[in-house]
Design a protein around this ligand. Sequence first.
Ligand code: PMP
Length: 288
Amino acid sequence: MARIAYVDGRFVPISTPAIAIEDRGLQFAHGVYEVIKAVGGRLLDLDRHLDRLERSLAAIDCPPPTSRAALVLLLEELLRRNRLAEAVLYLQVSRGTAPRNHVWADGLEPNLVVTVRPARFPTPSEQREGVRVLTLPDERWARCDIKSIALLPNVLAKQRAAAAGCREAWLVDPDGVVTEGASSNAWIVDREGVLRTHPLGPAILGGVTRDVVLELARAEGIAVAERPFTLEEVRAAREAFLTSTTSLVLPVTEIDGRPVANGRPGETTRRLAARYAGRCGLAAAVTG
Ligand code: PMP
């Protein structure tokens, strides 16, 4: 069955040419996006994703393309039409179509595109064995809290990581602080046993998974600190993992070619991975 996309008010086969040449997303990367997973036909953490979308839109001076209620209905309809039980929805709002000019008119209507694909969550062996990470300089801009479609530094970093046989790039700022991954949030359990991740702010994207995992960790009684950690602290860490909507809670067992601790997923990581997978209705290969 051909995959169905939603483009500005119409459901169309994904191969349909449908984007205007002068879309501001295409010409200026003037747009924002969300990635939402569906399990068993249900969109997970939808309110959190739509709250973040509204924040991102406000940050780029873009009105919502539809009401929130209409958006929910069309996401559900698109999921239904694609007949996928485990799916990932990609939603993109650009600032609209107009003759190319940096400055735009206030009344310009945004463009909305949504696509769906079968979910490809980490394999059982990736969850069991963990994945490799390559560290690279964080070369992004000063508003990483906006989920902008301008992802050039992220895709370049991720490609370099992939070329080095790594699943993710961890981005390091000029002070040696690991901000986050190219498309995920970064976590360690430090030498004192404290679970650490970078605090919210302009240096990172506030992941929906990050929020949920913080809540799960606190509910589990795990000591947590939203405090930056350095590359040096990563090298001394007891455990490391990454989180995102599609990577779930994924153990990191090697960084820059060196094992994290004994090179096996740690206990806290395994516990959180199992809790998170359970909450999503997904079978966890990693048990707590
Ligand atoms: N940071 C960055 C830079 C990302 O691109 C993503 C995923 N889009 C995340 C963090 C994780 O966010 P989420 O948990 O909402 O998928």
